[in-house]
Design a protein around this ligand. Sequence first.
Ligand code: ADP
Ligand code: MG
Length: 257
Amino acid sequence: MTRAAIPLIHVENLYKSFEDGEVLNGISIDIHEGDLVSIIGPSGCGKSTFLRCLNCLEYIDSGTITIAGVTVSRTGKEKELDKSFLEACHHMRQEVGMVFQSFNLFPHRTVLENVMLAPMVVKKASEEEAHEIALRLLEKVGLSEHAHKYPATLSGGQTQRGAIARALAMNPKVMLYDEPTSALDPELVGEVLQVMKDLDNEGMTQIIVTHQMRFARNASDYIVFMDGGEIVEMADGDVLFETPQNKRTKAFLRHFS
Ligand code: ADP
Ligand code: MG
């Protein structure tokens, strides 16, 4: 596949701190349409915060994030979040689907209703349209026969596949996943990863924070290694695992060999 010249996601010099200090220390990265990118790194290094910034769930201190032509940018000086910033966030969120480790589905709605909600509430789709969208997506993630069940009656793997269907119902340009399989029993991990592989084959752009090193290595176009709020190294999976360049990457990967 030929690469579009303009990256779908362009992040430049992103800084983010909480009261306790700097969490993202100048992240810059370009991600192209259709890429499947895995982010790995030690606990607390800023992976979740980075994903949350990409989905405008955190306010950034400074830097620029552009996704599908929508730019969110701050100089860090102004205390007030100006209107254009919030508007840009609102736009950007429409382009980005996100799946968390758990608690992704509303418990008092069936799986089908969960998936129908976003198109109806956010996209103002009719019930009929939303129903059609939801059935198609549930089929895609292999949940057709569970459409009318409540989340509590599903396995963790089914729940996460339902969560992916629900995020897809917004028709996002990018899917973000924050450790989507970390809460799952080992035998259920594969079915969730398979959905991501299927989406990759369809050309979806995806960023996944994961500890599934085999998946990261084999399924992603490249792996980003983060440490201390920075991108330390990024490379093709085999290259990163076989010939990591940075000593922090080497030290981290030693845990997985
Ligand atoms: P990771 O996902 O790589 O484990 P996180 O992005 O969750 O790392 O966290 C990075 C750092 O930011 C940690 O030190 C964490 O305690 C801190 N942090 C994350 N979210 C918040 C928050 N809402 N308020 C204060 N500190 C936070
Ligand atoms: Mg995290």
